[in-house]
Design a protein around this ligand. Sequence first.
Ligand code: NAI
Ligand code: MG
Length: 335
Amino acid sequence: KTHKVTLIPGDGIGPEVTNAVVRILEATGVKFDWESYAAGAEAFEKHGEYVPKELYESIERNKLALKGPVTTPVGGGFTSINVALRKKFELYVNFRPIKNLPGLETRYPGVDLIIVRENTEGEYVGLEHEVVPGVMTSLKVITEKGSTRIAQWAFDYARKHKRKKVHAIHKANIMKLSDGLFLKCARNIAKGFPEITYGEHIIDNTCMQLVTNPYQYDTLLLPNLYGDIVSDLCAAFVGGLGLVPGANLGTDAAIFEAVHGSAPDIAGKDIANPTALLQSAILMLHHIDEAAAADRLQTALERVYTEKKTLTRDVHGTAGTSAFADAVIAAMAVT
Ligand code: NAI
Ligand code: MG
């Protein structure tokens, strides 16, 4: 079977890490038919649109995309393409497993956390207004439907994967109505999962608790913005943003992408770590029922990290992006 996949290389380090991952995926033996599209500033220069119509149509057809990061300018310019794609395809789940790779020494060994971030509402609805000069508002929208479906997904995942705890993270002491509703929905869903311990922690305390002892948590269920911030925090447990994968999931489509952004500080130098996107691609292989290829790739990746010979700079190696990809491909050949 040939899998049709929409490919969004993105910008900054996007094209470098995407290239590396596509080469590795091609070497798994799984057959792919890539439909590649520019998005962001580059797409605007070429087509006059930040997200070309063809890109939307391609995802609509394939229901599957692999995506590199896209730079979103601060202030004016355009609204985030990530936000646009997640909204358009109702990708309400942002799933981010935080797990140490065998062989890689990190600040905290043996971390195994699941982040389930609500991906379509909260502060990301883009409802911002200048009330009068000098006064700006950004609306945060939390709905019963949005909160219930993400809580349901988190608990279903926890049950399926035999996770023990789910913590809903909030600031309902201050945002009594919006975060209060998020909690109420989570509590309701939790009732159907008596075998899973349910807890509620306030976001600021959660940050302190995580850094003090990340092992006390199992699955974290968070509204959009808190999930965004806590993801980067948790990335530091397992070696940084170069490692952590993600999946944007909805009922009709899935977009796999790393947690990190376009890293302009290291772009174009062949030094970015493609592991985060590669691990996202492994999630994608599972999603398309190519579990054998996913396992082969995982084993090869772990071998490269255990051997420590060809690692990128962010994980204290000296290898470049493409040399790392070559090493994973070579490791696959011997497994
Ligand atoms: P960033 O995640 O791009 O970079 C943060 C730090 O981590 C930098 O020091 C960078 O060099 C390092 N880093 C990130 N990925 C790495 C990798 N694969 N290997 C080695 N080091 C890596 O965050 P930043 O700089 O705040 O954002 C840059 C741009 O990316 C912004 O325009 C932002 O809006 C956009 N962004 C896009 C995302 C997406 O398309 N999904 C997600 C997050 C940010
Ligand atoms: Mg982020």
